[in-house]
Design a protein around this ligand. Structure first.
Ligand SMILES: *Cc1c(COP(=O)(O)O)cnc(C)c1O
Length: 340
């Protein structure tokens, strides 16, 4: 038994999902003639209450497209220092859009409205880059799966409106937040200018992300997606997995969250663990008492027991629960930890 807790991206399509994929009706999506892609886009737009949606091969491409559409070269966006768009998209913000990031020193990847407002460059001070966009991440990845308080998101929206800034949500794991906080996609759709949602994380698809927004944004996003090389042909085979996931794999995220909390509770009880960050969704970030057991030794010890996890740098380790992490694997993993 291999227990893979490296990421929620390691899942493989279930029998039901594969069946939906294999029986998909397809066409050439570059001509907008793939009925399954169209159906997925309509479904996503309806869920979020937005005018339109567009299917993409990756979450990086949806974020990068949104940033391209909301900015001009030389502009600056505001994000938390932990943001995926800043840390993990290969420098795409500068490569694709010629934009710099003003980093906010937030808490677990989340900023306050006051911090965002203070990070805006005065628009008439032409020595500084022009601030044009605020990027939010929910749940936060590097922040340990933390969920935003929706009231703070509304307060940041007010800052954006006061200063004429666009408002983008990197919702790679938004569904985890929706389930954990009992929120609806519509309330997010109404707040943001664009939202990127990954189907390939907790929702268990092999590929795919969706960008939602108004019709004008999505019309323009089609060109940028093409420029980025993301125009796909018979993509309905993949989009069918997305439809299946939205129908079958959202509510069950609560199970991943419960397992993450149970893992956290056992870690907390171990003398070799110095700190477990609060667990709200499916990500567990923790640190070891280095004098008792260095992080590398811990990772290697677990690897010998066929349990896989990764380091996040600075002595932090990460565990992510997911659709393919079974009850049986969970029992085995908890007993390995307890016997440590
Ligand atoms: C995974 C992830 C993305 C997109 O990643 P892809 O691997 O390109 O799909 C974007 N933002 C966050 C927070 C993520 O965790």
């Amino acid at each position: 038994m291999e227990i893979n807790l490296i990421s929620d991206t390691v899942t493989k399509p279930s029998a039901g999902m594969l069946n939906a994929m294999m029986s998909a009706e397809v066409g050439d999506d570059v001509f907008k003639a793939d009925p399954t892609v169209n159906a997925l886009e309509e479904k996503a737009a309806a869920l979020f209450g937005t005018e339109a949606a567009l299917y993409f091969p990756s979450g990086t491409m949806t974020n990068q497209t949104a940033i391209k559409l909301h900015t001009q070269p030389g502009d600056q966006l505001i994000c938390d220092k932990y943001a995926h768009v800043y840390n993990y998209e290969g420098g795409g913000v500068s490569f694709n859009s010629g934009v710099s990031c003003k980093l906010v020193d937030g808490h677990r990847g989340m900023m306050t409205a006051e911090q965002v407002e203070a990070a805006i460059n005065p628009p008439d001070f032409y020595h500084s880059p022009l601030t044009s966009l605020v990027c939010i991440e929910n749940t936060t990845n590097k922040g340990g799966g933390a969920c935003w308080d929706f009231k703070e998101l509304k307060r940041i929206k007010e800052v954006c409106e006061r200063h004429g800034l666009r408002y983008h949500l990197d919702g790679a794991r938004l569904w985890n937040a929706l389930v954990a906080k009992n929120e609806s996609p519509e309330q997010y759709g109404a707040l943001f200018d664009s939202i990127s949602i990954c189907l390939s994380k907790g929702l268990g698809c092999p590929v795919g992300s969706v960008l939602v927004g108004n019709q004008d944004l999505i019309d323009r996003a089609m060109r940028v997606r093409k420029v980025f090389g993301g125009g796909m042909r018979q993509a309905g085979f993949l989009a069918a997995a997305g439809i299946y996931a939205l129908d079958n794999h959202t509510e069950r995220l609560a199970e991943d969250h419960r397992k993450a909390k149970e893992i956290g509770a056992v870690l907390q009880s171990l003398p070799i663990i110095s700190k477990v960050e609060p667990i709200e969704t499916n990500i567990v970030i923790f640190e070891l008492e280095e004098a008792k057991m260095p992080a590398d030794d811990f990772v290697n010890y677990l690897k010998d027991q066929n349990v896989h996890l990764i380091g996040m740098g600075q002595g932090k380790l990460r565990i992510v629960t997911h659709l393919d992490y079974s009850d049986e694997e969970h029992d085995v993993f908890l007993s390995i930890l307890k016997n440590l």
